[in-house]
Write a protein that binds this ligand. Structure first.
Ligand SMILES: Nc1ncnc2c1ncn2[C@@H]1O[C@H](COP(=O)(O)OP(=O)(O)OP(=O)(O)O)[C@@H](O)[C@H]1O
Length: 248
């Protein structure tokens, strides 16, 4: 009963995001970035379910990008079986991160930049007009806080973003889903976790922000959702604007 509830709840959240943010329409070709982790498997599975249940006709592709010089390895066999059984066209691509420890940029930054580029290229080569990523609510609020702390900006990862003058849209159908819900969903559906972790898999800033959010929940147990919703409630008159310069 509890498992049925969480599955239905997430199906409802994804459906709401699809309609509420106009993420997917008739005739769309959607490519899912499939890392082999719990979030992107859950995303792909929830989109497979949406395609069956919603009156929207769309094609599904999945693309897994493997960094040949990193140790992260996903279960490719499972991916192939899942995609074949669910009418999803799978594309496996390879990149070289070519990380030099003397570089100023961390390995994760270079890897994710090259991976993103490969996802864009593969989506466009296959006529996809949407690229779906498995970011969820926790990712959105962690990014918001990190951008405030590090870049003095109020910005996050939006549910829909136009790229290449509207030729491709980046979409995030899990935008209102919580990380703990994704963990549960993936366990219930029996999705694999990655076979081998990446050797650089330690974003200490993100884990510190995660801990900070847990502390915030001690003040208000709805802190997580409230921080997310605060991006939808910006009161122009009650924020600090930039002061005018002398000659303005
Ligand atoms: N190697 C990859 N190949 C294809 N898509 C990827 C890959 N890595 C990440 N992505 C996409 O980018 C999203 C965000 O990546 P991130 O590394 O933050 O993943 P995550 O939060 O650990 O999610 P997941 O559980 O899906 O790995 C993923 O959900 C997925 O859609």
């Amino acid at each position: 009963m509890a498992s049925r509830y969480i599955i239905k709840k997430l199906e409802g959240k994804v459906k709401q995001a699809i309609y509420g943010y106009n993420l997917i329409g008739n005739g769309d070709s959607v490519m899912v970035g499939l890392s082999g982790g719990k979030d992107s498997y859950a995303l792909l599975d929830l989109l497979v379910t949406s395609r069956r249940s919603l009156p929207i006709k769309f094609k599904l592709h999945a693309c897994h990008v493997q960094a040949s010089d990193m140790t992260y390895r996903a279960d490719i066999e499972f991916m192939e079986q899942y995609c074949a059984a669910n009418d999803v066209e799978l594309h496996i691509r390879e990149i070289n991160v070519d990380y030099n420890p003397n570089d100023r940029k961390p390995a994760c930054f270079i890897c994710s930049w090259k991976r993103r580029k490969m996802l864009f290229t593969t989506a466009r080569e296959n006529g996809c007009n949407k690229l779906a990523l498995g970011h969820h609510l926790d990712d959105a609020i962690e990014t918001l806080l990190l951008n405030m702390i590090n870049h003095s900006s109020i910005s996050s990862i939006p549910p829909k973003l136009s790229m290449f003058k509207g030729e491709l849209f980046l979409i995030r159908p899990l935008t209102t889903c919580l990380d703990r819900e994704m963990v549960k969903y993936s366990q219930l559906k029996g999705f694999p976790t990655e076979k081998e972790q990446c050797q650089y898999d330690k974003d200490t800033h993100r884990s510190t922000v995660r801990e900070l959010i847990r502390q915030m929940e001690l003040i208000n147990r709805d802190a997580r959702e409230n921080i997310y919703r605060s991006m939808q409630n910006i009161f122009d008159e009650y924020i600090v604007t930039k002061p005018k310069k002398k000659n303005q």
